[in-house]
Design a protein around this ligand. Structure first.
Ligand SMILES: [Zn+2]
Length: 426
């Protein structure tokens, strides 16, 4: 595979931010970094970074990619009504083709937002896996498991995972939706399948106060302790939201090396009334990350916007301006996000694996004085991804998505959503 030379980076983000560097990457591994570094062969990709910030790729650690199909259709409701009245009735009839169309649109959106790895939980996950590998980015794929939906039975999920192709871009997990939508028997089977195959567990944990109360009523335990009793709290657990957890639950998750996903935009849009205790989770040793959640509760997959909002919300709610700053947020988006999904933590330094994204640094709105830290710029001023390389291969070049035909993706999406609305109003 040809190498990639990133030339004359305007700035690099994270791990010793510097200007004017050349970075040479081969097979996804950073080979050389320095001012005079050249590419290896004439066939190498050359990326001119004079007006760009060069950064490790971003990890969106919780989404339901095909929910782009429901964008703007489920508004002004708390989680319980949002799920039972607005979302589940539509999802129960989704076809494989519709999920494929929604996921492919989501992939284009992720790539345009600088995302190179993500965790997905949904029905017909085989369609999401296939489309993601074609697009060329990384996925922790977790077929959704819910007792109430035949499309999300454990048998279906198991056959999706056992039939999945082998790919360095793919990690596998089961996605038991929550403690309130999966019976104890289902969760016990999830545990035994994941132990047998080494799969991860991607679930919604303590998203609302209601979910905690109903778990306590049914089991006598708060959600994290209930999952611990079932043997599910370990380093393979990816716990989305983790909003309504106590300090003891944070310590439990940290002690066991579990990962949590802060989804502040989705949490506030659904009026969940709490903020995930990220500082306590980090202090306890948990791997904390960011996620947009699906486009029906966000309503976009703009991960930098989510990180900015999360950083500000944490400062605001704690009356502490020095809490969850840009550097910490950046770590959650990159190194820790990759680790939580089961990929090698990326670093933009010699000898390390790293997916690389370049962001526009010269347009009005993002241009800043030379002294400004690129990480601060990306987290607080946002950024438009221009180029993206995953595992050493191009995914986007000069703002053009390489492996998906964007026009066809949008046309398929419109067809799929038209069918959805017709199905809903025959
Ligand atoms: Zn979710």
């Amino acid at each position: 595979m040809p190498g990639v030379i990133f030339r004359n980076a305007y700035r690099t983000a994270g791990y010793g931010s510097r200007a004017g560097l050349n970075i040479y990457v081969e097979d996804g591994v950073v080979q050389r970094v320095g001012e005079g570094v050249r590419g290896g062969e004439l066939s190498d990709w050359v990326v001119d970074c004079a007006n760009r910030i060069v950064s490790p790729g971003l990890a969106n650690c919780h989404t339901h990619l095909a929910m782009t199909l429901l964008r703007g259709l489920a508004e002004n409701a708390h989680l319980e009504q949002w799920l039972s009245r607005l979302v589940w009735p539509i999802e129960s009839n989704l076809t494989r083709e519709q999920v494929r169309a929604g996921a492919r649109l989501g992939l284009v959106e992720l790539i345009r937002n600088g995302v190179t790895a993500f965790a997905d939980m949904y029905f017909h996950e085989d369609q999401v896996i296939e489309s993601t590998i074609q697009a060329g980015i990384r996925i922790l794929a977790s077929p959704a498991v819910l007792d109430s939906n035949a499309q999300a039975g454990l048998g279906v999920a198991e056959s999706v995972l056992t039939g999945a192709p082998r790919s360095p871009l793919l990690r596998l997990g089961l996605g038991p939706q929550s403690t309130y939508s999966c019976s104890q028997g289902t969760l016990e089977e999830v545990k035994s399948l994941c132990d047998e195959h080494g799969w991860r567990v991607h679930t919604h944990l303590a998203e609302t106060r209601w979910s905690q109360i109903s778990c306590e009523k049914q089991t006598g335990l708060r959600e994290s302790f209930y999952l611990e009793r079932l043997g599910l709290v370990n380093s393979r657990l990816l716990a989305a939201h983790s909003v309504w957890i106590t300090k003891q639950e944070a310590e439990l998750l940290g002690r066991n090396g579990s990962s949590t996903v802060f989804c502040p935009v989705s949490n506030t849009k659904l009026a969940e009334g709490g903020v995930s205790p990220v500082p306590e989770l980090r202090e306890a040793g948990a791997c904390t990350t960011f996620g947009t959640d699906g486009a029906a509760s966000n309503n976009s997959l703009n991960l930098l916007e989510t990180a900015k909002f999360g950083s500000l919300l944490m400062k605001h709610s704690r009356w502490a301006a020095d809490i969850l700053g840009p550097e910490e947020a950046w770590r959650m988006l990159t190194t820790d996000g990759y680790a939580a999904l089961g990929f090698n933590p990326e670093k933009l330094e010699e000898g390390s694996e790293c997916d690389i994204v370049t962001f526009d640094a010269k347009s009005p709105g993002v241009v800043a004085p030379g002294a400004a830290d690129p990480v601060v710029l990306l987290i607080y001023s946002g950024g438009r991804a221009v180029d993206s390389f995953v595992n050493g291969s191009p995914v986007m070049l000069e703002s053009r998505v390489v492996n998906l035909d964007e026009e066809a993706v949008v046309a398929d999406y419109h067809r799929a959503t038209q069918q959805l609305t017709e199905d809903k109003n025959p």
